[in-house]
Design a protein around this ligand. Sequence first.
Ligand code: NAG
Ligand code: NAG
Ligand code: NAG
Ligand code: NAG
Ligand code: NAG
Length: 414
Amino acid sequence: MSYNTMYFMLMWVRTALPLPLVFLLMIHGVSSAYMSVSYSPSHICALKDSTVIMRCSYTYPTGHQIKKVYWTKTKDKEDTEEFPNLSNDTEYSQRLQYLGDKQQNCTVRLSHVTLKDSHKYYFRFFTDKDKWVGVPGVTLTVTDEFDLQVESPERVTEGDSVRLTCKSSCTLTDRATFIWSRNSQPLTERRDRNNELLLQSVRREDAGRYSCAVHGHHHISPDVHLNVMYPPKSVSVSISPSGVIVEGDSVTLNCSSDSNPPALNFSWFKGGTFVGSGRIYSISKISSDDSGEYKCRSINEHGEKYSDAVTLNIMFHRGLGWHVWLGITVACVGLFIIIIIIITLYTIQKKRINCRSAAHDYENDDPRAGTYTALELKSRSPDLYDTLTTVHPRPAVLQSGSSEYENLHSKTPR
Ligand SMILES: *[C@@H]1O[C@H](CO)[C@@H](O)[C@H](O)[C@H]1NC(C)=O
Ligand SMILES: *[C@@H]1O[C@H](CO)[C@@H](O)[C@H](O)[C@H]1NC(C)=O
Ligand SMILES: *[C@@H]1O[C@H](CO)[C@@H](O)[C@H](O)[C@H]1NC(C)=O
Ligand SMILES: *[C@@H]1O[C@H](CO)[C@@H](O)[C@H](O)[C@H]1NC(C)=O
Ligand SMILES: *[C@@H]1O[C@H](CO)[C@@H](O)[C@H](O)[C@H]1NC(C)=O
């Protein structure tokens, strides 16, 4: 058994052996220019059903003559041979084609790879004097789909230069074209080299969910959220209640700002003087002292910003206090009482006059006087006039007797 074969055997029990011994053997294998096999690349990642070419070359001392060459793989349980000839294996025989020669080229092609083909493969050769197995071999990984992952810094600040990388479980060839998406919308405008997306000076609008894909393949990486931090912007103050503020009102000033992370530190200034902190500034009973220009300042860890000044215009009704209203009420009540007294006196006076006049009517025997009283009503009420004319079409009737007078008198309401 040669050193090379021994080394190969040791690879399987490496964990069980003292590490220095393994290294000693490895150094021996590498440093001796005796025989060697090299693979390029030494790791291959392939999609299921694709064709893989394992590039390989080998050297041996001059004077040796190549007798046998074949490719082998890590030993399976069912393999009887220590280094089975892959071309003998029914699993591979139809798909494996040796492209090399018997001098130095040991390239092989494996087509229609399956997930089960994920193994380490070795080139083995025999000279007339010795035999060799090309460790550490070439590693083939076959996947259903490229397992893509976006690598991105979790938090960035506006203005930063940000690099997003599309990572794959396999090392993809340089020819692969990457497609980037933000919030499921393909990013067409930015084309960056290879598998990187470079955001030169990141803006707020660049925040979102990023994913990547490889052109020609269906698989899309899971979304990765890019959080862009920025100092407060568009700081504004709203006044509640809106509209006219009257002295004595409760007034609330509300400071709102757009920032990431949200600002938690708010300060209020009245004409440049600090008056309070917190998002809301309340004045419970506004007075003339509170009128003026107010500003709010919003701070987060990335910066600060002041709002525009808002002016509190307060309407005053000075002198119209409770005592004034009491005075007005007293005056009104007094006036009312005076009016009542006047009406009462007037009514009493009128009643007295009426009584006196009625007594005078009955005392007077001349019917003409009664007629005068009755006719005088005509000018006051047209209805009454009609009644009078219907009942007494001729004024001469008045002279015919006192009974007629009685009749007329009864039609006249008192
Ligand atoms: C290949 O197969 C043949 C017959 O099927 C057998 O004789 C030979 O030993 C095998 N060689 C290897 C290296 O497995
Ligand atoms: C490996 O197997 C193939 C197919 O059976 C055969 O043609 C070839 O000669 C074998 N090589 C060696 C070294 O056994
Ligand atoms: C080995 O052979 C393959 C296939 O014929 C070829 O593509 C490759 O260039 C060769 N390598 C060297 C080093 O000659
Ligand atoms: C302050 O303004 C913000 C944004 O307009 C609003 O969401 C919030 O409810 C307001 N707070 C109060 C106490 O009015
Ligand atoms: C708010 O910011 C001011 C100015 O930087 C600082 O003095 C104050 O301590 C901060 N307040 C809070 C509650 O963080």
